[in-house]
Design a protein around this ligand. Structure first.
Ligand code: IPE
Ligand code: IPE
Ligand code: MG
Length: 249
């Protein structure tokens, strides 16, 4: 346990500190295909995917990346077979319970974004505990998108703003980007600089529609369970070569 907590892995020398993304977002895709290729049930891929996420969080922490956001379950993923959905919900709950102590020890601030009220009650309890226990931690900001949909997030923000207008606390012309952002689940979190999607799919799949406006995208054929430190290193090297213009010249 001690060795696990103290074995800090140095950042590769070819990664320049001030050219690293401050916030990395990942669409963890390809678990099912990973398992299928090995003749295993899809859920084995999800299980392995948890190890990948744990390793990536440690890597970000070790290399000085301040925020990591991972897409764990989309609002569309309810459309999968019931057994897979149930497995995922139970997996999230178990992992959270098992990992909370280590997350605390590593000073991680954990936050869940998405329509959390629709999750199983026992998972909601673990989520609340994890967010409450780690809210004052000063280390890496770790955000997990669960029952998350970018469109759903935008609509709930619109509703909340509409209520404020209805109550006379806000005028329509006062709505600006800053006010809108305050009603998103990610309120207070800087936008991601880099979006990584594994398994080669070239789409956003309803992830962080507002927040990704100017993120650099990196898509790799590597399936999520195989996305290791070396693969992340490659993504960061690629990112370092990008010239971010933000529409300017
Ligand atoms: C991503 O892997 C994990 C979740 C969406 C929960 P998939 O389960 O989508 O794996 P593939 O894309 O079917 O291989
Ligand atoms: C996106 O992956 C959602 C998560 C990684 C949680 P999907 O596998 O659900 O996306 P599509 O269906 O390929 O667009
Ligand atoms: Mg997929």
């Amino acid at each position: 346990m001690i060795a696990k907590l103290t074995a800090l892995q140095q950042r590769p020398a070819d990664l320049v500190g001030d050219r690293l993304p401050k916030h990395v977002a990942v669409i963890m895709d390809g678990n099912g295909r990973w398992a299928k290729r090995r003749g295993m049930p899809r859920i084995m891929g999800h299980r392995r995917g948890v190890d990948t996420l744990k390793a990536l969080l440690r890597c970000c922490d070790d290399w000085g990346i301040g925020a990591l956001t991972a897409y764990a379950f989309s609002t569309e993923n309810w459309g999968r077979p019931g057994e897979e959905v149930d497995f995922l919900m139970t997996l999230f709950e178990r992992v959270l319970r098992q990992e909370l102590q280590e997350l605390m020890a590593k000073n991680v601030r954990i936050r869940f974004v998405g329509h959390l009220q629709a999750l199983p009650a026992s998972l909601q309890t673990e989520i609340e505990r994890a967010m409450l226990d780690t809210q004052d931690n000063q280390g890496i900001q770790f955000t997990i998108a669960t029952n998350y949909g970018g469109r759903q997030e935008i609509i709930q923000a619109c509703r909340a703003i509409a209520v404020q207008i209805q109550q006379g606390n806000l005028a329509p012309e006062e709505i600006d980007e800053a006010i809108f952002e305050r009603h998103l689940y990610t309120q207070g979190l800087e936008d991601p600089d880099l979006l990584i999607r594994t398994s080669g799919e070239m789409r956003i799949s309803n992830f962080l529609l507002w927040q990704l406006a100017y993120a650099e995208m990196y898509i790799t054929e590597t399936l999520w369970p195989d996305f290791d430190r070396d693969a992340f290193h490659q993504a960061l090297l690629d990112y370092q070569q990008r010239h971010r213009r933000f529409g300017k010249l």
